[in-house]
Ligand binder design. Structure first.
Ligand SMILES: [Zn+2]
Length: 403
């Protein structure tokens, strides 16, 4: 077998395309494969699909392909333009690459596989390419897949914000709870993002009316947005956000008390961690503090008690919540009272999360993955790039490889 036949087979080329020549530069570490077509070949029009169009002229093009062992591999071909009776002079489609890419489809598929598991800058270094060229590949396939998303079966959704960059710059993630995938990423974290998502959902085969549940945080923005845009959605406030709010209240009590009590200073974590997760030393410090009947330990007990709510059966949970509220009301702790007021105002949605078992747990995990990717990438130059990566890793929009 000649080397050109071998490469032709390996590339999966069929008539009229053939590998006519290969040159290998061992010192430069490069393999060049030259592809051509037989004189008199006819091609389909890339625009309308009409077969048998005559060649008008050709232009030499080059694509980077997967490495041959450790050697950079380039494909070269003269790409014909044909005369189509309907469309005029048109470039033909090459079976190994999409128009204008500069990379073969297999190379692009490899880039996408890397993009799922490492920052683009790292993939660029590994492949010896400039990262803007790789971003172009990622953007092409991700946005094409997002455009093609079918959201006709979305019924239960969850929404949460995550930081996009330093400071107060956020994106909002909307998740299909059944598939546990991000299906929409919006700029910002206000009620308008919910409307944007509702419009996107309907542009992709879904329906506002079909959404039955929405799991969100207790901020006013998402709640207003859900009420305005999803008329049939029951709102649930999930455990993660309730506990987060409770932790913030405990921390506020601690800060106030720490002004007059040096023993509490620098002990923040003792009060925020679950007791099971404390070290022996921390446990001893905690029981010493408990003996002093501090506001902070009382606040912590209120928080731990609230946490138990989420282990209960729905009916018992309602009674438990009322008792918890009575207890907090007679305490003398401003931040905890404020917490109890919020919790009781949102009690319907909180208790519903216990009944339905819906939680933003999947979103918490997704948030973690997004923030980890962001850290590893040392941030993203544009928000659009960040969004593309969210769709790629948390939306899994390219679960089926494009090639
Ligand atoms: Zn045509």
């Amino acid at each position: 077998m000649r080397d050109t036949d071998l490469f032709q087979l390996a590339l999966g080329l069929s008539a009229p395309w053939t590998v006519t020549r290969s040159t290998f530069d061992a010192e430069g570490g490069q393999l060049d494969l030259h592809i051509d077509f037989a004189r008199g070949s006819r091609f389909a029009c890339a625009a309308c699909g009409r077969e048998g169009c005559a060649v008008h002229d050709t232009r030499e093009e080059t694509w980077r392909h997967l490495d041959f062992f450790q050697h950079r591999t380039l494909l070269h071909a003269r790409v014909p333009r044909v005369t189509c009776p309907a469309c005029g002079v048109r470039k033909v489609a090459t079976p190994w690459a999409r128009a204008g890419s500069g990379f073969t489809l297999l190379f692009e598929a490899y880039v996408l596989a890397l993009a799922k598991v490492m920052p683009i800058a790292n993939a660029a270094r590994l492949l010896g390419e400039h990262d803007t060229r790789l971003w172009r590949i990622v953007a092409h396939y991700v946005w094409r897949a997002v455009e093609a998303l079918d959201l006709s079966d979305v019924r239960q959704i969850a929404a949460d914000e995550t930081s996009a960059r330093r400071g107060h710059d956020y994106i909002s993630l909307f998740v299909d709870m059944a598939k546990r995938k991000v299906v929409y990423v919006a700029d910002g974290k206000d009620a308008a993002t919910v409307k944007e998502f509702a419009d996107f959902l309907e542009a992709h085969g879904g329906s506002r009316e079909a959404v039955t549940d929405a799991s969100i945080d207790m901020g006013a923005a998402f709640e207003a947005g859900i009420k305005d845009n999803f008329p049939n959605a029951e709102i649930t406030f999930d455990k993660f956000h309730v506990i987060k709010l409770a932790n913030e209240a405990v921390d506020q009590v601690r800060r106030e008390e720490a002004r007059n009590n040096f023993q509490i200073k620098g002990r923040r974590y003792i009060f925020l961690k679950n007791v099971d997760h404390l070290t022996q030393e921390e446990k001893e410090a905690l029981s010493q503090l408990e003996a002093q009947n501090l506001d902070t330990t009382q606040a912590m007990q209120i928080r731990m008690n609230l946490q138990q709510l989420f282990t209960m059966a729905p009916k018992a949970a309602r009674r438990f919540l009322d008792r918890w509220n009575t207890w907090v009301e007679v305490s003398d702790l401003g931040p905890m009272k404020k917490l109890a007021m919020t919790v009781m105002a949102k009690a319907e949605g909180i208790l519903r999360s216990i009944a339905t078992g819906l939680s933003n747990g999947v979103l918490e995990a997704i948030n973690g993955n997004v923030q980890a990717a962001k850290r590893k990438a040392k941030g993203y130059r544009t928000k659009r790039n960040l969004k593309a990566i969210v769709y790629l890793i948390a939306g899994d929009v390219l679960a089926n490889s494009p090639t």
